[in-house]
Design a protein around this ligand. Structure first.
Ligand code: HEM
Ligand code: HEM
Length: 461
């Protein structure tokens, strides 16, 4: 191998330094190729050697899964740095954040990156979930990956909730008081579960250590297991779904191209753009920090974190048993069942399944955009089952009755869509999914921006 080495005396200073660190880089091409092959094959242990050319189209994945991975890495990196300064006890938590922001080099920036990446991750994972649904990537053989995805969604949500408490300011304290208060309404185990999560009857030092342990150890450990499992399932399914137009045959052949550089370059570009966006946001906008938590003074209105604003909004229209338990449990069961329903066709890779599916999805979205605000305003000013039926328990007048009405309306929507469009069950169920998702987004927007003093409807600002 001696003859392959470049003589060190023919090198300039920079080359000599580089040579001392990476001896392979200055050697003859054949030798360099061996280094490259070595690194490539190391890398290809966890990536496929080649991918279908069509799956590289940006309009299949929109880079969302990859962005989620990058954000999780950024959260792990910045989270570990925050751990050096943050102190998870009520007397010191808030002060440690102030110290981090004022006295630690780049402390504020690192906190900002963690804060915005956490929020962005939730949005990106939600969009990824929608893209997976609308491209039919949950049909066999990908059913179980959908379930792993849902578990990761829950993990990311739990990370955000537990992280929310850590700064120990008024916003954090009262938002988590509301969130953990919601647990009370789970029949049978509600009070026990609430005590377990809070580490007692109130939010205090036990709650902070529990949330800190969940945030910095348990959820990261779960993600470290779930993520590789998720990616392994993508590979076991033979890669991503092949995107195709509704008229195209499922078996239409596609060319394979090497992962390096075709996929890798695209992934690097998406990652760099995302990192740049997060950096710009983190430089321009600081993570909020209110006054130190004061258990004796609740703000008005007391709002849950923004990602729970939809559920908090439901609470204004339904009895808590329905808003906090029965409706979310229904939704969760529906989400878990999605890949296991007996569908009439399998349309993996076709956005919205068919041209008719696209049309129906648009009609469903428009229906939700019109009906939901009307329902919210009507319930605020006109409908009041509790006052109309004073002798009936709240669970029925404010719970069972409006819930049954909602279910009936959803069923009617299903039947009308099915008859009007002469659609199969894939398309009709998809339109119901769109209706519910858009309605939930509108409830969330209303909760965040259109609820003011005493949670009354009001314009933002
Ligand atoms: C932290 C959360 C998540 C991460 C890091 C993640 C990551 C990824 C990545 C990198 C891919 C391949 C590229 C892509 O499709 O963009 C993928 C595919 C997939 N993900 Fe996720 N995902 C997450 C959450 C979810 C959720 C919430 C679901 C659904 C409930 C889901 C279901 C799937 C499925 C079924 C595929 C295969 C898609 C196909 O074959 O076209 N994932 N995920
Ligand atoms: C999916 C992963 C994660 C998400 C979504 C997430 C989210 C969050 C959020 C939203 C906050 C509140 C930030 C604020 O408003 O100030 C926070 C705080 C914090 N997180 Fe994470 N985090 C994640 C992972 C981690 C990891 C892996 C660690 C450490 C091992 C960590 C350590 C911390 C610490 C020490 C704080 C308190 C500092 C502060 O509030 O600024 N996080 N996290």
């Amino acid at each position: 191998m001696q003859e392959n080495n470049v003589m060190p005396d023919r090198l300039n200073m920079l080359q000599r330094i580089r040579y001392s660190i990476f001896p392979g880089t200055l050697q003859r091409p054949a030798y360099r190729q061996r280094y490259r092959n070595f690194f490539n094959s190391l890398f290809l242990h966890f990536r496929p050697r080649s991918v279908q050319e069509r799956t590289l189209r940006f309009t299949l994945t929109w880079g969302l899964g990859g962005m989620a991975v990058v954000l999780v890495c950024m959260l792990f990196g910045t989270g570990l740095m925050l751990k050096f300064v943050y102190q998870p006890v009520p007397d010191r938590a808030y002060e440690s954040i102030i110290h981090l922001q004022n006295n630690v080099l780049f402390g504020q920036l690192i906190r900002n990156i963690h804060h915005w990446s956490g929020y962005m991750l939730l949005i990106i994972v939600f969009l990824h979930f929608l893209r997976v649904f609308f491209t039919g990537a949950f049909y066999p053989p990908r059913q179980f990956n959908w379930i792993i995805g849902l578990a990761m969604f829950l993990a990311v949500l739990t990370s955000n909730i537990t992280g929310y408490l850590l700064p120990w300011d008024q916003l954090a304290f009262w938002a988590i008081t509301i969130c953990t208060g919601m647990l009370e309404y789970i029949p049978g185990i509600g009070n026990w579960l609430q005590g377990l999560v809070r580490g007692g009857s109130d939010i205090g030092s036990a709650t902070l250590s529990i949330f800190f342990a969940i945030h910095t150890a348990i959820i990261p450990a779960c993600l470290l297991v779930l993520m590789p499992w998720h990616f392994w399932r993508v590979r076991k399914a033979g890669g991503l779904v092949t995107p195709r137009s509704p008229d195209e045959d499922e078996d239409s052949e596609d060319e394979k191209v090497p992962t390096i550089p075709n996929l890798i370059l695209r992934e690097i570009v998406v990652a760099l753009v995302l990192i740049a966006v997060i950096m710009v946001i983190s430089v321009l906008f600081n993570a909020t920090l209110g006054a130190k938590a004061n258990p004796g003074l609740s703000p008005n209105p007391t709002k849950a974190p923004w990602y729970f604003a939809g559920i908090q909004e439901l609470l204004l229209h339904f009895h808590p048993l329905f808003a906090l338990f029965i409706i979310p449990a229904f939704m969760l069961i529906a989400l878990i069942s999605i890949p296991y329903i007996n569908y009439q066709t399998a349309t993996a890779g076709v956005w919205f399944g068919s041209y008719r599916g696209r049309h129906m999805a648009a009609v469903a979205a428009l229906t939700a955009v019109i009906i939901t605000p009307i329902g919210i305003v009507a319930d605020e000013f006109v409908i009041d089952f509790a006052a109309w039926l004073p002798n009936i328990p709240g669970e029925i007048s404010n719970g069972l009755i409006p819930f049954t009405l909602m279910l009936t309306a959803t069923f009617l929507f299903y039947m009308v869509m099915k008859n009007k469009f002469k659609s199969n069950n894939n398309e009709t169920l998809q339109s119901v999914f769109v209706l519910l998702v858009v309605a939930f987004i509108i409830l969330t927007i209303t909760g965040i921006w259109f609820r003011g003093l005493n949670m009354k409807l009001s314009l933002p600002g």
